[in-house]
Design a protein around this ligand. Structure first.
Ligand code: SAM
Length: 268
């Protein structure tokens, strides 16, 4: 299996398909479960935000949203296991799948209101997420590569919360700072589940300079199993270079992600 420069196996091909079936079918054996573990944490933070800022329907930006899985879990009463079953077993056409997904969003929508925007580099994944009704709005951008276009700035303007799973590492502080800059005068809150192999200090240092305070929340949680022994071995090497002890964590065969929440100091 091909690896990227960080030593992780590259699954880039599954992020650019016209529907999410290859994503779910490829990641199921690896028990990719971070969206399920993240959803209750995100929901609690969104509730906290509603109260703290008096915003009943906050504008959420799921960074590296892919097919809109985080949005689906937040806006619908559905589990990640159900999504795995749905997309692993579906034999019909993409159009039929989209019709079924739109029905699902209609019939199982939660009562809480929010605006779900997703930012990703993959046009195909974004198209699916919007057509299914998981996302209200798609922002196709690679903000590692450059500043947002004026139209993209307009889309990001007014963002209340920036959330992500499985994305830090693909993106760095460059993307986050560009989002903060485009979001307007009121700093958005942030919550990112970040693999331990991608230290968050570089990002939180920059956010501190902008007036944020970052807290590390809870214990690291399992993101997925390593795909190969070679992947595990190169990740263990990287952790060792970073001075992070993998004993009882990655040494047992899983990637671990840590939740970091950044709130503006003035609103604490
Ligand atoms: C591991 S997937 C995570 C998907 C989703 N957040 C989840 O947890 O199921 C990483 C996503 O980041 C996106 N991505 C990679 N590089 C990016 C970049 N520079 N800017 C925006 N999105 C990027 C990929 O297209 C992919 O959809």
């Amino acid at each position: 299996m091909p690896s990227d420069e960080t030593g992780k196996v590259s699954f880039d091909h599954i992020y650019s398909q016209t529907d999410p079936r290859p994503f779910f079918r490829t990641l199921r054996p690896l028990e990719y479960g971070i969206p399920a573990l993240a959803a209750p944490r995100f929901a609690a933070l969104i509730d906290e935000y509603r109260v703290a800022r008096g915003v009943p329907a906050p504008k959420l930006l799921d960074l590296g949203c892919s097919y809109g899985i985080n949005a689906a879990l937040l806006r619908c009463d559905i589990t990640l296991d159900e999504l795995y079953d749905r997309y692993s077993r579906w034999e019909g056409s993409r159009a039929e799948l989209l019709t079924a997904d739109r029905d699902l969003v209609r019939s199982r929508a939660r009562p809480e209101r929010a605006w779900y925007a997703g930012l990703d580099a993959s046009a195909a994944a974004l198209d699916y997420a919007v057509a299914a009704g998981y996302l209200d709005e798609a922002i196709r951008a690679d903000l590692e590569a450059g500043e947002p276009e004026p139209a993209q700035r307009d889309q990001i303007d007014g963002t209340d919360l920036v959330l992500s799973t499985g994305c830090i590492g693909y993106v760095t502080e460059k993307t986050l700072l560009r989002i903060v800059d485009a979001a307007g005068t009121r700093l958005p809150w942030m919550a990112h589940f970040c693999l331990r192999m991608f230290p968050y200090d570089a990002i939180s240092g920059h956010l501190d300079d902008l007036g944020y305070e970052t807290v590390t929340v809870g214990e690291p949680v399992r993101q997925r199993k390593f795909a190969t022994r070679a992947e595990q071995s190169s990740v263990l090497d990287r952790l060792s270079e970073l001075g992070i002890d993998p004993t009882g964590w990655e040494s047992d065969g899983w990637f671990y992600a840590q939740l970091h929440i950044s709130r503006p100091r003035s609103s604490l």
